[in-house]
Design a protein around this ligand. Structure first.
Ligand code: ATP
Ligand code: MG
Length: 430
């Protein structure tokens, strides 16, 4: 970029210098021509009013007198007899017609121009004054060394200046690049603000996700450790023969329960990492929310029965673009929570309906509710409101994290409303 800007600066400068020089030469040449003509005119008038034959001190000028029929009567530079009829010369003809005329003729070598001014005298003859002057070409030629010198100096100056200007221009960008992490630094150029903001945002995101991953790993290890320690403890006791025969069944039961929990946890972790991998709209299809919910209800009725909670579904078929397995997982997780964090003889209702042209899935219960201060956090991985109760119910704190993931993959929105002691309502709007 630096090189490019530098080159562009130099190109602009060189072009400006060359064009200016050329224009100036043309303008000066035009002025010079005008001046020569003007001088000729003055000389012609002076001669007209004095003695035409007195051309003394005018050796640079050629004076010719032409009779009305075009024959040359006098010339201070050539033999009159050698000169042909001059009536056809443009400046002479013009003078015969209009009283005065002028012309410029190039000489054969192109190095010189001859300027003519012709004036009709009172007796009808025409007085013509001519002067040779350098042509634009020879002026150019003569000025080549000086012009070239000036151009070289100017170009050198502009290269140096371009270098400084470019550095000046680029410096704030380099500075910003080096200090992208320093939030007290704001870009000098307002055009850079979006870029810097995007980079900073991405930077933050990367840091955040790295931290989350670290957190997650720590949590996973911790969560896996608990059931494994229990299993190991019970197994060791049994191995050492300390356990009485009548207690073997209870101990084995504990091992099975903890192994179950371990499996459950690992399954959830696998699900989460699968959701992380899934390409957004991969294998999305037209699916019926109501139909999926109804098959989930069939499966969940067993759990609901165990908790003595009634489970019902209402609404009608509504189609959305999505993944059948993910949506089934989402409904199952929401209903599972609504059943587990409920009271005896409580109820759970699933509603499927359309609102503002959007499909809505709503899971409502009259369970224990979620206190205000926990409502924002329940979607975090491993977050449980009441750890002891959750552990006792076998919860890992990953259910709603999985839900949140699925909602995001479906470009949907999730809303939670809950009153402790009264119940919870979770709405997913597709
Ligand atoms: P998992 O679903 O992985 O078995 P979990 O149920 O503990 O474990 P989440 O489903 O993520 O984890 O829920 C997080 C926490 O939010 C739960 O521990 C519970 O305290 C609270 N919670 C979730 N749903 C409800 C609900 N319907 N009523 C009351 N509390 C709820
Ligand atoms: Mg759950």
């Amino acid at each position: 970029m630096k090189k490019k800007i530098n080159i562009q600066f130099i190109v602009i400068a060189v072009m400006a210098i060359l064009v200016t020089m050329m224009m100036m030469s043309i303008v000066y040449y035009e002025l010079f021509k005008k001046q020569v003509q003007e001088d000729l005119k003055v000389n012609a008038y002076v001669l007209k009013n004095t003695d035409i034959n007195n051309t003394l001190g005018m050796d640079m000028l050629r004076v010719t007198l032409i009779s009305p029929d075009g024959t040359v009567l006098f010339d201070n530079d050539a033999e009159v007899g050698d000169m042909g009829n001059h009536a056809d010369r443009p400046e002479v003809r013009e003078a015969f017609e209009d009283g005065c005329g002028e012309a410029i003729r190039e000489s054969k070598t192109l190095k010189k121009n001859t300027f003519y001014y012709a004036l009709r005298l009172d007796d009808g003859s025409v007085l013509r004054i001519a002067r040779e002057a350098k042509s634009i070409l020879s002026i150019f030629e003569r000025s080549v060394p000086v012009t070239a010198g000036i151009i070289i100096i100017m170009i050198t100056l502009s290269i140096i200046l371009a270098h400084f200007l470019t550095n000046n221009l680029i410096h704030p960008i380099e500075e910003m690049t080096l200090n992208i992490d320093d939030y007290s630094m704001t870009p000098v150029y307002k055009e850079m603000i979006p870029l810097v903001n995007t980079i900073r945002m991405q930077h933050e995101d990367i840091l955040k996700s790295a931290m989350m991953r670290q957190d997650f790993t720590a949590n996973v290890s911790h969560e896996l450790k608990t059931p494994l320690t229990a299993i190991l403890g019970y197994a060791e006791l049994m191995e050492n023969g300390i356990v009485k025969d009548n207690e073997i069944k209870r101990f084995s039961g504990e091992i099975v329960k903890n192994a179950d929990r371990l499996l459950y946890l690992i399954n959830d972790i696998i699900k989460l990492s699968e959701l992380d991998d899934t390409k957004k709209t991969d294998n999305f299809e037209e699916i019926d929310l109501y139909e999926i919910a109804s098959s989930c209800v069939d499966t969940l009725n067993v759990t609901a029965g165990k908790h003595e909670v009634s489970l019902s579904l209402s609404g009608r078929s509504i189609y959305i673009q999505g993944n059948r397995d993910m949506i089934a997982e989402l409904i199952t997780n929401l209903c599972d929570n609504a059943i587990r964090y409920n009271n005896r003889y409580g109820w759970v209702n699933i509603y499927i309906y359309e609102e503002n042209h959007k499909a809505v899935l709503c899971v409502k219960d009259n369970g224990i509710g979620i206190p205000r201060e926990h409502q924002d956090r329940v979607f975090e991985r491993f977050y449980r409101v009441d750890k002891s109760r959750s552990r006792q119910t076998g919860g890992t704190g990953l259910g709603l994290a999985i839900v949140k993931h699925i909602v995001a993959l479906h470009n949907a929105e999730i809303k939670l409303k809950s009153t402790p002691g009264a119940g919870t309502e979770i709405k997913v709007i597709f």
